[in-house]
Design a protein around this ligand. Structure first.
Ligand code: UDX
Length: 440
């Protein structure tokens, strides 16, 4: 079994390291954050991902998974080293690869034999070559003749179903430059029952590009259906049926055609901006991607305007908000539409009562600047109590089970904004609400 180090124990690093340990690999997860490593060593995870805590506990127990701040030892004893550190957006929209390059330097210092260094972080095209150059220069300066290969292996994990995605990926993309590196990586990914999972073996640049091109395409697809939904509303069409009709065409496919308040999360907003920036830098403007970024912002503001115009004037009105995370089954609020929408509602004078099954902790500091107008509640019923309107921003499955009679009885008003289209109009209207959704 291969010995593996994963540098960066954030979302991607932790899921990758844990799942590779589950394959039977010997994995060391590294992070420079002492508190995070100490917590992980006590079985406390810094993120919420269904099923991850049990897998961490199990592989820790069988001594296939360990956590440390000691990058030196981890590099020395591993043959394959994944770089899984963050690449946050810079002010100009480009991805900041500082941490990736710093880790490359750190790895180079401790190389003591053949290593395969794998970039898992989402990095702009050309970063793999930079990583290679940094390591080559450091080895040269130290008169270290060790061989190494750099591999680009982008991740396509969806939050909330990351483990399932890791074990049953649609494809595994490997940008490799040597037969040896390909052999090692194929072994690392000898997924149990993984026969039939296609490998795409290509060069570093193509692998890096696949990740951005795929994510931007999905962001465009969502934005397209959002705009179609907005038009459906005006012309009396039902976007849900339009999406079904479109999705039955195999060339289009039914997924990612659910309209909503705009896409969020750690990937789509960042990756679309970074790809657009790479286009501008290369004098190849990606106009569709640029417009998608703008349209997604407009969509969030459209939701504010919609509520404001329907409720006439928001001053002094209370909204019971269900769901603030960027999607269900996560506590992640990065770029969540709720950030813009709730701030906009408060600016118009509204009071907000929030319930989210997992988002309260992060929501508390993210909404700190509007805390005078926003309170967190322990359940959905508390959030809608005495409210003038109910507003659903995240499609947590449990919201579908709510007792609508109880809700109606406890609310002051009867506005029902379902911006994830989780209910049917006739059901909600039959309870005496005024129902508003997206595109129907
Ligand atoms: C995404 C990609 O799916 C994954 O492959 C990549 O590696 C990381 O980015 P993730 O950010 O976890 O994963 O979420 P995803 O499920 O793709 O949803 C992203 C956003 O799009 C969410 O805000 C979601 O609500 C929104 N969305 C998605 C829609 O509004 N409509 C849809 O039909 C699908």
């Amino acid at each position: 079994m291969r010995k593996i180090a994963v540098i960066g124990s954030g979302y991607v690093g932790l899921v990758t390291g844990t799942c590779l340990a589950e394959f039977g690999m010997q994995v060391t997860c590294v992070d420079r954050n002492i508190d995070k490593i100490a917590a992980l060593n006590q079985g406390k995870l810094p993120i919420y991902e269904p099923g991850l805590d049990q897998l961490v506990e199990k592989n820790n127990h069988y001594k296939r998974l360990e956590f440390t701040t000691d990058i030196k030892t981890a590099v020395e004893k591993s043959e394959v080293i994944f770089i899984a550190v963050g690449t946050p957006a810079k002010d100009d929209g480009g991805a900041d690869v500082k941490s990736v390059l710093q880790v490359a330097e750190d790895i180079a210092k401790y190389i003591n034999g053949y290593k395969v260094i794998v970039t898992k972080s989402t990095v702009p095209v050309g970063t793999g070559q930079k990583v290679k150059q940094i390591i080559r220069d450091i080895l040269f300066s130290k008169n270290n003749h060790s061989n190494f290969d750099v591999v680009s292996n982008p991740e396509f994990l969806r939050e909330g179903s990351a483990i399932q995605d890791f074990f049953k990926p649609d494809r595994i993309v490997l940008g490799v430059e040597s037969k040896m590196a390909e052999k090692v990586m194929r072994e690392v990914y000898s997924v149990p029952d993984g026969h039939g999972i296609p490998f795409i073996i290509t060069n570093l640049e193509t692998a890096e590009m696949i990740k951005y091109a795929a994510n931007a395409f999905l962001a465009i697809k969502i934005t397209y259906i959002n705009e179609v939904a907005n038009l459906c509303e005006k012309v009396g069409a039902d976007v849900k049926i339009v999406a079904v009709g479109m999705g039955m065409d195999h060339r289009i496919g039914p997924k990612f055609l659910q309209p909503g308040p705009g896409y969020g999360g750690s990937c789509f907003p960042k990756d679309t901006k970074a790809l657009a920036k790479t286009g501008r830098d290369n004098s190849v403007p990606l106009t569709l991607v640029e417009q998608t970024i703008i349209a997604n912002e407009i969509q969030k503001h459209r939701m504010i305007e919609k509520i404001n115009s329907i409720m006439d004037n928001l001053k002094g009105k209370t909204l019971g908000v269900l769901g603030i995370t960027f999607k269900p089954e996560t506590d992640d609020m990065r770029e969540a539409p709720s950030l813009v929408i709730l701030e906009g509602l408060v600016q118009k004078g509204a009071y907000i009562k929030v319930y989210d099954p997992a988002g309260e902790k992060e929501g508390k500091w993210r909404f700190n600047h509007i805390k005078d107008h926003l309170v967190f509640c322990h359940n959905a019923y508390d959030a809608i109590k005495e409210a003038d309107a109910i507003l659903i921003l995240t499609d947590w499955p449990q919201f579908k089970q709510l007792n609508l009679n109880d809700i109606k009885n406890q609310m002051r008003g009867n506005y029902f904004f379902d911006f994830r289209n989780i209910f049917e109009r006739h059901v909600i209207e039959a309870k005496g609400f005024q129902y508003y959704c997206v595109g129907r």
